[in-house]
Design a protein around this ligand. Structure first.
Ligand SMILES: NC(=O)c1ccc[n+]([C@@H]2O[C@H](COP(=O)([O-])OP(=O)(O)OC[C@H]3O[C@@H](n4cnc5c(N)ncnc54)[C@H](O)[C@@H]3O)[C@@H](O)[C@H]2O)c1
Length: 265
């Protein structure tokens, strides 16, 4: 059976596509036939006939409109929009500065609205798919992540309401909630230090962090026609972390007790 290029003749915009999960998504979409506009503050490592860079601050509604116009000028259409640009924030109330809180909401929530507002009229010409990159941090709370938790939760519910409003235009809207993903600039800041590594690994039942390629696989699926009956879905890829209630791991506890009883520890 032949391998189909799921994005042949399709055009995608990937915000934050110069780094991490976004960069892996660009590679994946291009490998499957897409032409991609990267909208980021920083340029990507390389561009090609299939990959263009448009310097964009997604927190600017004017930049968001210019980004969509650039995609149409270069490639003629927009079929896929991946709202991936995001920033982290490790801080806690009451010490969290309101300026920082607002910046996190600007990038992680308001910017997604600005970009969708600009892209939807163009995407509606033929239909398409929007994939918002949220986080498991939007599904429950974390210690010391207040603004990030609240912003990603807002993005998740924006995804649902947008899915309703866009259905009649043939535009599907879904969100991916990654768990802990290794090797990105944001990830290195949050969980990259060797000293903290085990604490980040402990709650992950699969015992390892996710990779950017694993996230790109799911984003490409949600953006493709294979997901044609999915809209308003919140897809979790976290190695099992959020399957857990937070109760202690009694299997590990029993094993430790057996080892203690056998005099091994
Ligand atoms: N890495 C993780 O563990 C993890 C986990 C869950 C969710 N996420 C989410 O995945 C997405 C990508 O994260 P990543 O880990 O690949 O991070 P990253 O820092 O490697 O990439 C983020 C990209 O967004 C761009 N960006 C930031 N602000 C921007 C702005 N105002 N305008 C345009 N571009 C901007 C950056 O320049 C960068 O290229 C984010 O939304 C993040 O919240 C990441």
């Amino acid at each position: 059976m032949g391998f189909t290029l799921r994005f042949q003749d399709k055009v995608a915009i990937v915000t934050g596509g110069s780094s991490g999960i976004g960069a892996a998504t660009v590679q994946r979409l291009v490998r499957e036939g897409a032409r991609v506009l990267i909208a980021d503050l920083n340029p990507p490592q390389e561009t090609s006939d299939a990959v263009a860079f448009h310097r964009t601050d997604v927190t600017s509604p004017t930049d968001a409109t210019a980004m969509v116009e650039a995609a149409v000028a270069l490639f003629g259409r927009v079929d896929v929009l991946v709202n991936n640009a995001g920033i982290g924030c490790l801080d806690e109330t009451p010490d969290l500065d309101p300026v920082v809180w607002n910046r996190v909401f600007d990038v992680n929530v308001s910017a997604v609205f600005y970009v969708c507002r600009a892209a939807i009229p163009v995407m509606a010409r033929q239909g398409g798919a929007i994939v918002n990159i949220a986080s498991v941090s939007g599904l429950a709370g974390d210690y010391g992540f207040t603004a990030y938790n609240a912003s990603k939760a807002a993005l998740i519910n924006y995804t649902r309401s947008l899915a309703l409003d866009c259905a009649h235009d043939g535009i599907r809207v879904n969100a991916l909630c990654p768990g802990t993903v290794a090797g990105t600039a944001m990830g290195v800041g949050a969980h990259g230090s060797a000293a903290d590594r085990q604490a980040w690994l402990d709650p992950i039942p699969l015992g390892r962090m996710g990779t950017v390629e694993e996230m790109a696989n799911i984003i490409a699926f949600l953006a493709s026609n294979e997901a044609s009956y999915m809209t308003g879905s919140i897809v979790v890829a976290d190695g099992g972390t959020t399957a857990h209630t937070g109760q202690p791991n009694i299997i590990a506890q029993r094993a430790r007790r057996r080892e203690e009883a056998a005099g091994k520890v």
